[in-house]
Design a protein around this ligand. Structure first.
Ligand SMILES: Nc1nc2c(c(=O)[nH]1)N[C@H]1C(S)=C(S)[C@@H](COP(=O)(O)OP(=O)(O)OC[C@H]3O[C@@H](n4cnc5c(N)ncnc54)[C@H](O)[C@@H]3O)O[C@H]1N2
Ligand code: MOO
Length: 395
């Protein structure tokens, strides 16, 4: 049996970004840049006005009041640079090009009008209201470095670089195989004696997607070795990571590992000294990674959260450590002593603190829904009173 930290270290050694691919900007949300993103052009390309008003030379306002004819109008989108003849002004709007020679834009609230004449009665304030060409960025500037996750703010910068497509880390493709004769599609289990709704793959798929992966396929499989082998072959042909649920333990029909044996499965760890989730295993079959999750739903989700989420994040080019951000939180209720296996107790937020759930059964599905935190407990740790600090992870 491998201890938890060793298993995690071995897993993280495999959690490296996959290759890159080019995607349209529209499809880039949440992806990770594979290369630096440089601006095609400067922003702004010419000096533009920051306000609606009148572009003027200071010398033309040296005697006040001043009356200046409006030489032309510059809305945002005007393609040529306006000319500012001496002793005139140019009517400008926010984002419109400011003529060369203009010292400032006087905001329109400070300017009167008499037909095509603009009337300047008072000295303008200190603001010039001009955004210089290239003041945001110059052509060729790196706007986003390789490794940047394209969240909603970064996407604005990416679009501003004036590119239509981006080189991003390839999204890991995942196939989930749920094994067990007893499994039925939700909505159909009551119709067959002995069957139960297959629940785990729904949680695993959502966790994979939240971690940056793409679920290609999800299959329910009976405990029939030939069928399992065929499904393993198909999954390895299409996926980067195959996740198998159930059949991880020592039962007579626990085939999860053996179904990959013919495809060169090399185990990286198998059985971890943790509770719940002891039967979790991880390996490589050729270029593909395979993870076996225990069938008990809470065990499956705890191990998926602790091992699968950082693995997918790392393959997707994200920092796996983001998915392992343990922090200390105050206990609001006492905790019992920990047994001899490292334990990931399910907890819930309780005000600013955390309380362990009453139900700690690894098969529970109802209590799982309310378990928003994991509390990490070292083997042999003593019971703890309310007020003590414990390490927690968002679950
Ligand atoms: N003699 C031993 N028995 C067991 C051991 C052991 O070490 N020695 N380990 C126990 C532990 S710990 C766990 S966890 C379970 C996990 O075993 P498996 O991975 O082989 O899981 P199954 O036997 O296939 O299923 C366990 C349980 O979960 C239900 N299940 C399975 N898949 C799903 C699914 N996709 N959706 C919903 N429910 C599922 C299944 O019906 C079983 O009730 O083994 C212990 N036994
Ligand atoms: O350790 Mo199992 O994964 O709890 O029931």
């Amino acid at each position: 049996m491998t201890d938890f930290d060793t298993a995690l270290a071995r897993l993280l050694a495999q959690a490296n970004p996959l290759g890159s691919e080019v995607v349209a900007l529209e499809a880039a949300s949440g992806r990770v840049l594979a290369t630096d993103l440089k601006a095609r052009g400067a922003a702004p390309r010419t000096a533009v006005s920051a306000m609606d008003g009148y572009a003027v030379r200071d010398v033309d306002l040296s005697i006040l009041p001043a009356r200046l004819p409006i030489a032309s109008v510059a809305f945002a989108g005007r393609g040529d640079l306006p000319v500012l003849p001496s002793k005139t002004c140019v009517r400008v709007f926010t984002g419109g090009p400011v003529p060369t020679g203009a010292d400032r834009v006087v905001v329109q609230e400070e300017v009167g009008r008499d037909g095509e004449l603009a009337l300047f009665a008072t000295a303008p304030g200190p603001g010039r209201h001009i955004r210089a060409a290239g003041s945001d960025f110059e052509a060729g500037d790196v706007l986003l470095a390789a490794g940047t996750r394209l969240g909603y703010r970064a996407l604005v910068a990416a679009a501003a670089a004036d590119v239509a497509a981006l080189s991003v880390v390839r999204q890991p493709r995942i196939v989930i195989l749920s094994t067990g004769d007893e499994l039925a599609a939700p909505g159909q289990s009551l119709e067959t004696a002995g069957s139960i709704p297959e629940s785990v793959s729904f949680g695993v798929a959502a966790l994979v997607e939240a971690s940056g992966g793409q679920v290609l396929d999800r299959r329910r499989l009976a405990d029939a070795p030939d069928q399992l082998k065929a499904a393993a072959r198909l999954a390895l042909d299409t996926a980067d990571v195959v996740v198998v649920t159930g059949g991880a333990s020592v039962g007579d029909k626990d085939y999860a590992r053996s179904m990959f044996a013919g495809f060169g499965l090399d185990l990286i760890f198998s059985k971890v000294a943790m509770k719940p989730g002891k039967p979790v295993w991880f390996g490589r079959a050729g270029r593909e990674l395979v993870m076996g999750l225990p069938g008990n739903p809470t065990s499956a989700m705890v191990t998926a959260r602790l091992f699968l989420a950082p693995l997918i994040a790392g393959l997707a080019g994200r920092d796996p450590a983001e998915r392992l951000a343990w922090r200390d939180m105050i206990l609001t209720e006492a905790l019992k002593p920990c047994g001899d296996r490292e334990t990931f107790e399910r907890g819930r937020r309780d005000g600013d603190g955390v309380a362990g759930l009453k139900v700690q059964d690894s098969a529970t599905q109802k209590a799982l829904a309310g378990a928003d935190l994991l509390i990490r407990r070292r083997p042999g740790a003593p019971g703890l009173p309310p007020g003590d600090m414990v390490p927690v992870l968002d679950f």
